[in-house]
Design a protein around this ligand. Structure first.
Ligand code: UDP
Length: 485
């Protein structure tokens, strides 16, 4: 068999956090269904979740498997069970966690030596993998499951530093050399961008390695953000392939249900509850896998949701130290009062299945990119409540460019836990996104985007074609390499 037609073997190396792992697993599944051999690299902590997520694809005869690397947690002074970012509960733990990841280079080399992949697709937070791949002469592609809008926007801020030219933290500035007159304030930027700290160096390293890599695989689709996809490619010069929305590779109920952690609620119970509600009448509230609000903020949310008079599903991170029903943020008698109106899920929700349900009319989201794309593919408008990471950029895309959401009015980037949104704001935003003319308009636009998303991943669609082009290019690259050898 010629090297051109021979099956392409690809390593997928995700960062150990649900928001990074879930789309990377979907990406590996997608490549496998297009004839590649996909190998996911996971820690023993994540391995069972990864196997569960790929089981259906593997059983269908596609070539996909998992290999493990072990984080040297003890060596960096972290507890043995902290093999995932969700276990890194304090800022002090983050630095050693990243150091432990950095120490995986030798294990990665051994895996490449043994299994001889043709390409490595690794998380944006693993800039050092570019050197490992180079050692073996294979291309490294970056995967960062976020929008082209935020990738390009944050790079323009890093390069042109508009935030250093305003007089105070709350003065808006326009992102220079960026389409659409998009404004932000210094308060909405990541702390390490606002002021240099220990993460600034790492952030610069990440960005430089993105530039030097073979290219970037994007969990987005061209029709969603054409101006920003083009800007990222042409103005910033990043070779990139738009292959999303990745969640759409899960066509069957079982696949959707097995994404990420085990759900904390019987899915049938949850869907039965939704079945009994009118179309577009329920708001879904979830802040992703990492955000942990403090009790005061949870209390405001609880009050606001009840005051809105709307039906809701609210996902609250379970605090293992607090007994159910004894949570201090819960107003007195809350759950019995809202019995028919609201459903509180403590822990992990089957998000994609919930968003896809016709009863869901809106989504209060922290603007994690996976959540936004999942809402887009379900045609659901949003209330944007950004917290950290690149979420303020994503908010602007949703509210200013796509116009499929309204902001709840968060002004300040915080690492986690925080929040200062009052119940009245919650009440107002929830009503606005669910009822009235404005809500109808947003829903219409969201539905049109959902149609486009479906079209993009179908045979002949933009994402389908981009992925095909990438596979073809990687095959040619291998051919050229083997000829050289
Ligand atoms: N998710 C889920 N159930 C939950 C919380 C999150 O299925 O209870 C999934 C969600 O569907 C998404 C991912 O976890 O795919 C969260 O990623 P996102 O980028 O939205 O936010 P992050 O967790 O990275 O902040």
């Amino acid at each position: 068999m010629s090297s051109e037609s021979h099956q392409l073997r690809i390593f997928f190396f995700p960062f150990m956090a649900p928001g990074h792992m879930i789309p990377m697993i979907d990406l590996a599944k997608l490549f496998a269904t297009r004839g590649c051999k996909s190998t996911l690299i996971a820690t023993p902590h994540d391995e069972p979740t990864v196997w569960k997520s790929i089981a259906k694809t593997k059983d269908s005869g596609f070539d996909i498997d998992v290999v493990t690397v072990t984080l040297p947690l003890k060596e960096v002074g972290l507890p043995e069970d902290s093999g995932s970012l969700s276990k890194i509960t304090t800022m002090e733990m983050r630095k050693p966690f990243m150091r432990a990841i950095r120490m995986l280079d030798r294990q990665l080399e051994l895996l490449i030596e043994k299994l001889i992949p043709d390409c490595l697709i690794s998380d944006i937070f693993f800039p050092w993998t570019i050197e490992v791949a180079a050692k073996f002469g294979i291309p490294r592609l970056v995967f960062h499951g976020t929008s082209a809008f935020s990738m390009a926007g944050s790079e323009c801020v890093r390069l042109y530093e508009p935030h250093k030219k305003v007089s105070c933290d709350s003065e808006p500035f326009a992102i220079p050399n960026f389409p659409g007159e998009i404004t932000l304030t210094r308060m909405q930027l990541q702390d390490f961008v606002r002021e240099e700290n220990e993460f600034t160096k790492f952030h610069n390293e990440v960005k430089e390695s993105e530039k030097r890599s073979y290219g970037v695989v994007m969990n987005s689709f061209h029709e969603l953000e054409p101006a920003y996809a083009d800007h990222y490619r042409t103005f910033l010069g990043r070779r990139s392939w738009f292959v999303g929305p990745l969640s759409l590779c899960n066509k069957e109920t079982k696949d959707k249900a097995h994404r990420g952690n085990r759900a904390s609620i019987d899915q049938h119970e949850c869907l039965k509850w939704l079945d009994s509600k009118q179309p577009n009448s329920v708001i879904y509230v979830c802040f992703g896998s990492m955000t942990n609000f403090n009790a005061a903020q949870l209390h405001e949310l609880a009050v606001g949701l009840e005051a809105s008079g709307q039906r809701f599903i609210w996902v609250v991170k379970k605090d293992p130290n607090v007994e159910e029903g004894k949570e201090e943020w819960l107003p007195d008698g809350y759950e019995s009062r809202i019995r028919n109106k609201g459903l509180i899920i403590r822990g992990w929700a089957p998000q994609v299945r919930i968003l896809d349900h016709e009863a869901i009319g809106g989504f209060v989201t922290h603007c994690g990119w996976n959540s936004i794309l999942e809402a887009v593919t379900a045609g659901v408008p949003m209330v944007t409540w950004p917290v950290a990471a690149e979420q303020f950029y994503n908010e602007k895309l949703v509210t200013r460019v796509l116009k499929i959401g309204i902001d709840v009015g968060v002004k300040q980037w915080v690492v986690s836990f925080g929040g200062s949104v009052k119940s009245e704001k919650v009440e107002e935003a929830v009503k606005r996104v669910l009822v009235g003319e404005e809500a109808g308009e947003m829903r219409r636009r969201a539905r049109a985007l959902a149609e486009m998303a479906g079209g993009a991943v179908e045979e002949g669609g933009s994402s389908w074609s981009d992925l095909g082009a990438l596979i073809q290019e990687l095959k040619s690259h291998r051919l050229a390499r083997t000829k050289k050898i």
